[in-house]
Design a protein around this ligand. Sequence first.
Ligand code: CMX
Length: 434
Amino acid sequence: MSRMKMKLQEKIPAYRDRISTLVKEHGQEVIDQVKVFQLYGGMRGLKCLSTDISYLDPDEGIRFRGYTIPECLQKLPKPAGAEMPYVEGHVYLLLTGDMPTEEDVKDVAQDFSERSKVPDYIYKVLADMPKDTHPMSMFSAAIVSMQRESLFVKQYEQGMSKMEYWQPMYEDAMNLMAKLPEIAAQIYRMKYRNNVIIPPKPELDFGANFAHMMGVDHPYDELSRLYFMLHSDHESGNVSAHITHLVGSALSDAYYAFSAGMNGLAGPLHGLANQEVLRWIQRVMEKMDNKVPSKESLTEFVWETLNSGQVIPGYGHAVLRKTDPRYAAQRDFALKHMPDDEMFKLVSMLYEVVPPILVEQGKAKNPWPNVDAHSGVLQWHYGVKEYDFYTVMFGVGRAIGVLSNLIWDRAVGQALERPKSLTTEMLEKAVGIK
Ligand code: CMX
């Protein structure tokens, strides 16, 4: 058994006891109240989910198992001479809650490399899809096509105790995570590089192997490690995390649950915003004859977008009320590696121009940039210009968080999710409308 799985096996019983005490002794205590607007307003702010894997503070941003992004970047083990930590170490941290040692990380890396072979039939499925299929549809289809590999399903069919559910879920989740970099990179090469596939190098770490299969040189390996870590988790209420959890609550396996989560990530208000940002930036550049615009003309363009009833992609957030630290981490990377990039200069100018406009417009609760405002420009700089693909990379990162949550869901026996709905008439009566 891997060190990581052993660590989980040690931790799960005490955790189960903690939750069962909480529910048994305090199950009837009220922690939040539902307001009418929340029923129509996407349940915004409603405290009705629980996870210990990450927590999103509106002002501070995300903490992974209690660690801020700068703390993770500093404390997680790194490959020799590298700037960014191993993704494998971040997986260990999210899943177990403990900062990994070098040995722990090597063990996860070895485990991933043994699980990384993608079944050949996946490439047949992808090759048969129409050429104009969106890469996120290909990604989701590849994941759900592997559902027949699920160990959870096989063991469930044979009959298994509820206490054991987490074990095959762990196997499915790890098998899936290990295969995603190759699936993503091959979708890219199939679609945008004339189907010239670069075979994996299993001796490389998660991020470096992805960069290698994409065919992009250093420091794209560093960027990939950073990118996957930053996109891994954002507590439980965002669409991709919540769907994965919801579908998993029906005891659907990791393949069904995660592909459903990816279909949610593919929405323009969620993960697809990173492609929308690039599309929008391209429109600005085209309008300005591919030169960085003046602040005045950029201001005009931002207002034009707003006045035509569209959102400024990459700005605003359902929970955050300050600049997203994931944006800040990517900005630090750009300042170090590509300070003179024209598009980066434009992104920096947007950072100055957009927030005061959104404040003046007075609608968005958060005028500051989110993760998606910066990710595309870094990819573009290293030649990954096919922005339809960006959400797939978001998905590879997001897998780490949502699949870790799915393992814990089964470990603590999270129930089938089934909230209650009311009719409009009932609501009108409840508030006294006759
Ligand atoms: N540009 C223009 N208007 C915006 C805006 C933006 N970037 N962000 C919010 N608003 C508007 C909303 O559309 C809403 O308008 P209506 O009242 O007319 O419906 C109003 O401001 C209030 O919205 P909010 O409460 O501040 O934000 P929500 O929680 O409803 O939505 C989000 C959050 C992210 C969907 C929204 O800010 C948005 O559409 N941003 C642009 C898309 C984006 O960047 N998405 C990526 C988010 C990160 C991720 O999940 O990947």
